[in-house]
Write a protein that binds this ligand. Structure first.
Ligand SMILES: [Zn+2]
Length: 152
């Protein structure tokens, strides 16, 4: 008989945070799995009636095809999110999930609940956005000065 080997939190993370983040990620995972299963069921039913309609009226099938493509794209998107969650769970076990890429400090749980795949803390993200904005502005100025140089 297998022993219930409950995993403990990584050494560099406190237990409560680990449990919370794990629950949050696993909750999302369950949600998405359910949604995907429902969608797949829907598509199957639609396909079935679609075929019937096709037999009855072998003309207008393009609209159903487009709908099917959209459904497929949605499922694909969800599948991608699922693999991201799995990656996050692996990183959580390693004690690397929820730490800022830039400064290494813990990203707040509040932030992670809103953005489960955030890799930077709020401060670093804001600093990065400000820098990006400044860069864009500089590029714009550069572009317009080039324009004036050429026109003169
Ligand atoms: Zn940071």
């Amino acid at each position: 008989m297998a022993t219930t080997n409950k995993k403990t939190a990584p050494q560099n993370m406190d237990r409560a945070r680990y449990e919370d983040l794990k629950q949050m990620l696993e909750g999302r995972k369950r949600e998405i799995v359910n949604e995907v299963q429902e969608k797949i069921r829907d598509v199957r039913i639609e396909n079935h009636s679609g075929k019937l309609a096709h037999v009855l009226d072998s003309g207008e099938s393009s609209e159903a095809d487009i709908q099917e493509d959209i459904e497929f794209a949605l499922i694909q998107m969800k599948a991608e999110t699922l693999s991201k969650i799995d990656e996050a769970l692996v990183r959580l076990e390693e004690g690397a999930y929820g730490n800022c890429f830039e400064c290494g400090s813990q990203i707040s749980e509040q932030r992670l609940r809103a953005l489960p795949f955030a890799v930077r803390c709020k401060d670093c993200e804001e600093a990065r956005e400000t820098a990006a904005k400044r860069e864009r502005l500089m590029a714009q100025r550069h572009a317009s000065s080039l324009f004036f140089d050429m026109s003169s």
